[in-house]
Design a binder for this molecule. Structure first.
Ligand code: NAP
Length: 287
């Protein structure tokens, strides 16, 4: 039976570390502040925003909430972002995605000051990651690196296969694994013989959005399997992209869904907010 990688416990440890550092900054007169913008009333987005507010409350980060109607214009949203970019008391800005169809997500993300882009989605931060410069890293892949390290799973010199190449998970994940000296393959829906490619992996990371698609035939015995998926099974229950029951019999280590990668994303968002405040305080603020 595989080692179960406990994302809840690791994320709790990170939130406690952030909380201590937020308190230390507060003692020096600096309050850490995150502005969260939601447009419209998508129920899933409301859940995500509430979870972020809860994590802020736990870590001592002040959260400011801005809720625009789903009929708000893009100009209105850009004006709000512009105002928050200019406010010295706001360290991080997060726009909850997806946005209503009449808005251009790229334009909105591009309007956030890179020094306040705690989601790490701005092209300047993505570019910084690509060329190994400091910047904000997308929270889910950054969280997976922490999970691996804190679970004692080495990356350097190991075969890493990333299935999925989205801008928010697959691509930054591949770059981070490379930064940690992994030997990285990125697979996707056009990969020939995906099972054979996946079976090369010492570390297999899956972000396809296809419920339970990864069965034991995709997994080398003893591999670490990281499941990013948040899907619904045939009974409407939350599950991942990996068939956990079957794969945990062959993997060396595996993340469950829920309780694996999911909690790490918010913990890393809190860490990025702290980093934003520290960078702005020390004058390393690239806008
Ligand atoms: P996405 O933008 O839809 O990308 C999916 C990727 O998987 C694409 O690159 C696609 O290939 C590839 N793919 C799809 N079907 C495949 C198949 N049968 N074989 C091989 N590759 C396949 O998804 P995403 O935003 O990265 O999210 C992926 C999953 O992670 C979703 O379930 C999402 O809910 C979850 N997620 C969880 C968190 C978290 O905090 N836990 C955060 C973000 C996302 P092509 O590029 O060729 O189309």
């Amino acid at each position: 039976m595989a080692q179960i990688i406990d994302g809840k416990a690791v994320s709790q440890a990170i939130k406690d570390e952030v909380k201590r550092e937020v308190q230390a900054l507060a003692a020096q007169g600096t309050e850490v502040t995150l502005a969260v913008i939601q447009v419209g009333d998508d129920p899933a987005s409301t859940v995500y925003v509430n979870n972020k507010k809860k994590a802020c409350a736990y870590t001592g980060i002040r959260s400011l909430e801005y809720h625009l109607s789903e009929y708000a214009s893009q100009q209105e949203l850009l004006a709000l972002i512009g105002e928050l970019n200019g406010r010295e008391d706001v360290n991080g800005i997060l726009v909850q995605l997806p946005l209503p169809a009449h808005m251009d997500e790229d334009a909105v993300i591009g309007a956030i000051s890179p020094g306040k882009d705690v989601d790490g989605f701005h092209p300047q931060n993505v570019g910084a990651l690509c060329i190994g410069r400091p910047g904000f890293v997308s929270c889910t892949p950054a969280g997976i690196i922490e999970l691996l390290k804190r679970s004692g799973i080495g990356i350097a010199g190991r075969e890493c296969v990333m299935i999925g190449r989205s801008n928010i998970v697959g691509k930054p994940m591949a770059l981070l694994l490379l930064r940690e000296n992994g030997t990285v393959t990125v697979a996707h829906s056009r990969t020939a013989d995906l099972k054979a490619v996946a079976r090369r992996a010492d570390i297999l990371i899956v972000a396809t959005g296809k419920a339970k698609m990864i069965t034991p035939e995709y997994v080398k015995p003893g591999a670490a399997v990281i499941d990013v998926g948040m899907d619904r099974d045939e009974n409407g229950r939350l599950c991942g992209d990996v068939d956990f029951e079957a794969v945990s019999g062959i993997a060396g280590a595996i993340t469950p869904v829920p309780g694996g990668v999911g909690p790490m994303t918010i913990a890393m968002l809190m860490k990025n907010c702290l980093q934003a405040a520290q960078m702005q305080k020390s004058g390393i603020f690239h806008s």
